[in-house]
Design a protein around this ligand. Structure first.
Ligand SMILES: [Zn+2]
Length: 376
């Protein structure tokens, strides 16, 4: 491992004096490398803190230029660089914070043709992307190459964070095997985002990258942090590896990268907000609530009265000829962590003959649920 110069010992003093960190961790950071996929809202704080902390080599993949609408949250850039490449702007800012960091600019779009070559060059990957095709590609390439994928997601006032490392834990596809239908996948440009939200989540991504490089603390492998900015609450849910995961259940050499195509689903079912569901529960409306998450995800709690029925088992029950696993003459609310898996169950139920007008999807799932939970 590289030695630290006297100037580095001085510069990084405030973290070197931490007993859990020390000179060894600082040397590991100097020897380490991180790839930032995207220099937007999440990549902004992540790039700044990683450069400031003394990570030896930082790669950045981004082909976009800085636009005025970016500056509300993409604080690594500024007014003076409007119209310039984001990579160029971030590079200047990072070198100003720490002139010794080795920066590698990849002024290209992250895609199938370059994903493996880029990811293979770095120890830790930070997914700062804002779209599903890139997120799945980062995940699949990281699984294939055995690299940790520090995932962050932000929308409106809500954020998520996890570390997907398929060598010891689940990957992104264990949770979400396929992207949701286009209309269930709003992005920040359509749905909005509070500017400071990616600041919170991107800073946590930098924290996880530093922990992975230095070996301090316990990384968020197998756990998902769910942040609600309006409540100012942080919740952690445990996430399990799916033995049938379409990607990480395979040997690395059998994993083939593929393009993720976003499709529009035929309208199926209705959606219900967390507040509207609480109101119906308080009014003691006749409702069946079915929680289709994995049993491990129920541990932090379920909506009172919810039946736990993991999606794969419920889908199997629906496919049995003549079976009616759930009543057809009552309103049914389907619940999962984010509203994606439950929506796909609703589509299967409609295909199995259930009335779409009696099926409700809890919008944004348990991540948005603000009422009581019962522990199971
Ligand atoms: Zn997986």
């Amino acid at each position: 491992m590289p030695e630290l110069t006297s100037s580095e010992l001085r510069r990084f003093n405030r973290q070197i004096i931490l007993p859990e960190f020390g000179i060894e961790a600082q040397r590991r950071l100097k020897a380490g490398s991180v790839l930032l996929v995207g220099l937007g809202g999440l990549g902004s704080p992540a790039s700044l803190y990683l450069a400031a902390a003394g990570v030896g080599r930082i790669g950045m993949v981004d082909a976009d230029v800085v636009e005025e609408t970016n500056l509300q949250r993409q604080i690594v850039h500024g007014q003076a660089v409007l119209g310039r490449l984001k990579n160029e702007s971030a590079q200047a800012r990072m070198l100003d914070l720490n002139p010794n960091v080795q920066i590698e600019r990849h002024d290209v779009r992250f895609g199938i043709d370059n994903a493996l070559a880029l990811i293979s060059r770095y120890d830790v990957i930070i997914d700062g992307s804002d779209n599903f095709p890139t997120r799945y590609l980062v995940n699949d390439a990281c699984v294939k190459l055995g690299k940790p994928d520090v995932y962050g997601g932000v929308l409106r006032f809500d954020g998520q964070l996890s570390v997907f490392d398929a060598r010891t834990g689940p990957c992104y596809r264990c949770l979400f095997p396929e992207p949701p239908p286009q209309e269930f996948a709003p992005n920040c440009a359509e749905a909005g985002v509070l500017g400071v939200l990616p600041g919170v989540i991107g800073s946590l991504q930098a924290t996880e990258a530093i922990k992975l490089l230095t070996g301090i603390g316990s990384p968020m492998i197998g756990r998902m942090l769910v942040y609600d900015g309006l409540d100012l609450s942080f919740n952690t849910v445990h996430i399990a590896k799916d033995p049938d995961c379409p990607v990480c259940s395979h040997a690395p050499q059998d994993i083939t990268l593929r393009e993720t195509v976003m499709v529009c689903a035929a309208p199926a079912g209705r959606s219900i907000s967390s507040g509207a569901l609480q109101a119906r529960l308080q009014a003691q409306d006749d409702l069946v609530i079915v929680d289709v998450r994995n049993p491990a995800e129920w541990l932090p709690g379920r909506i009172p009265g919810a039946i736990g029925w993991p999606r794969p088992e419920l889908e199997r029950a629906l496919h049995e000829p003549g079976a009616t696993p759930l009543p057809k003459d009552r309103d049914i609310v389907l619940v999962c962590q984010s509203g994606m898996r439950s929506h796909s169950v609703i589509r299967s139920m409609v295909a199995a003959g259930y009335d779409p007008l009696r099926l409700y999807n809890l919008e944004l799932g348990m991540a948005a649920w603000q009422g009581d939970v019962q522990l199971v």
